[in-house]
Design a protein around this ligand. Structure first.
Ligand SMILES: NC(=O)C1=CN([C@@H]2O[C@H](COP(=O)(O)OP(=O)(O)OC[C@H]3O[C@@H](n4cnc5c(N)ncnc54)[C@H](OP(=O)(O)O)[C@@H]3O)[C@@H](O)[C@H]2O)C=CC1
Ligand SMILES: CCCCCCCCC/C=C/C=O
Length: 330
């Protein structure tokens, strides 16, 4: 019999998550029945959405949700899945779990042995797809346009900037440290700045693109978005992807309000959730993998070692300690 380690939400987060909000437990797994598989998590993902989704979907004592798991099949009583195969699943913060195979996604057949499988949680996974859908379907980016993205050195933002370059756009990004800004320039951003140290966000946005922005891929919301909206060009498009600057608020932030620039510049603003765009998954993963293999889409991963450090990796990512995709290697 296998004993799995799991992390549960011990106490709903109040403000910024703390280590004491989590508890690690041991769970004995039953023997496999016909049609079932035993999987071992190899890499687990920590993502910002776990913070707002925990409030919306979870109760205290539940296993931490939503993470995608790049897993290895260790035992199989299902002829469709061979032992040793790697898959992606959404089974939460667990070292091991049993599946009937219906909730598993195989990595693309063309995935080379040399490519880290953890990329199926990042650049060639849900965050990469978020960038793909947000830019191509929500912003409807066109060659020659100027794209702005915040949280630009993270899992989604770093792909947004590079896809915009592949699509023939000028790209401006901002991030929360000078080393992240240097990374953005390294991967091809035309302009990048540290939003924590500029004297004026308004001035930094104007200086980076004096003519304004056609597309704004917003990962942050709050004050940044309220200022950026005044820098949109006529008929600009805003993809509302995330609002990480608001996830830990106990008291909702207040305006400034956005209606006047929306009207004067006839802007379009659309929120989206990547999982609603599952019909673009196959096409998106194929395109992202191709660009990675061609060297046009670079990636960086912030790897935290050991399952025991899941809460620390999650909290660190929310604080901005990650460059690229934050993952945990079990
Ligand atoms: N709509 C959808 O379907 C999806 C939405 N998302 C959203 O996209 C955004 C990025 O996610 P992801 O790429 O996975 O995460 P990241 O890898 O970008 O990690 C989060 C980053 O957010 C930045 N950050 C944290 N707090 C603040 C703040 N107060 N103001 C500005 N930046 C902050 C930090 O970078 P820094 O050092 O630059 O501050 C941190 O590294 C999130 O808002 C997430 O919720 C993600 C996936 C799907
Ligand atoms: C319950 C696990 C599902 C994983 C899918 C993730 C969808 C992310 C949507 C993100 C929203 C904001 O961050």
């Amino acid at each position: 019999m296998v004993t799995a380690k799991v992390w549960v939400l011990k106490k709903h987060f109040e403000g910024f998550p703390k280590p004491s909000d989590f508890e690690m437990k041991q769970v004995a797994l039953a023997n496999l029945k016909d049609g079932e598989l035993l999987l071992e998590s190899v890499f687990l993902s920590v993502d910002p959405y776990m913070r707002p989704y925990s409030k919306r979907d979870m109760k205290e004592g539940d296993v931490m949700i939503g993470t995608q798991v790049a897993s290895r099949i260790v035992e199989s009583k299902n002829p469709a899945f061979a032992v040793g195969t790697f898959v992606v699943a959404n089974r939460g913060w667990r070292t091991h779990f049993i599946s009937d195979g219906k909730d598993l996604n195989l990595l693309p057949a063309s995935w080379p042995e040399s490519l880290p499988k953890s990329l199926a949680l990042g650049t060639v996974g849900m965050p990469g797809l978020t960038a793909y859908v947000g830019l191509f379907e929500i912003c409807k980016m066109k060659p020659g346009e100027t794209v702005l993205v915040n949280a630009a050195a993270g899992a989604v933002g770093s792909v947004v900037g590079q896809l915009a370059k592949i699509g023939g756009c000028k790209v401006v990004g901002c991030a929360g440290s000078d080393s992240k800004v240097a990374y953005l320039k390294n991967i091809g951003f035309d302009e990048a700045f540290n939003y924590k140290t500029v004297a004026s966000l308004d001035e930094a946005l104007r200086k980076a693109s004096p003519d304004g922005y056609d597309c704004f891929f917003d990962n942050v919301g709050g004050e940044f978005a309220s200022i950026a909206i005044n820098h949109m060009k006529k008929f600009g498009r805003i993809a509302v992807c995330g609002a990480i600057s608001q996830y830990n608020d106990s008291v909702p932030q207040k305006g400034p309000y956005i209606q006047i620039p929306m009207i004067f510049n006839e802007l379009s603003m659309k929120g989206f959730i990547v999982s609603s765009w599952h019909n673009h998954r196959e096409e998106g993963v194929k395109a992202l993998l191709k660009w990675v293999l061609e060297g046009k889409l670079k990636y960086h991963e912030q790897v935290t070692e050991r399952f025991e450090n899941m809460p620390a990796a999650f909290i660190g990512m929310l604080k901005g300690e990650n460059l690229g995709k934050a993952v945990v290697k079990v």
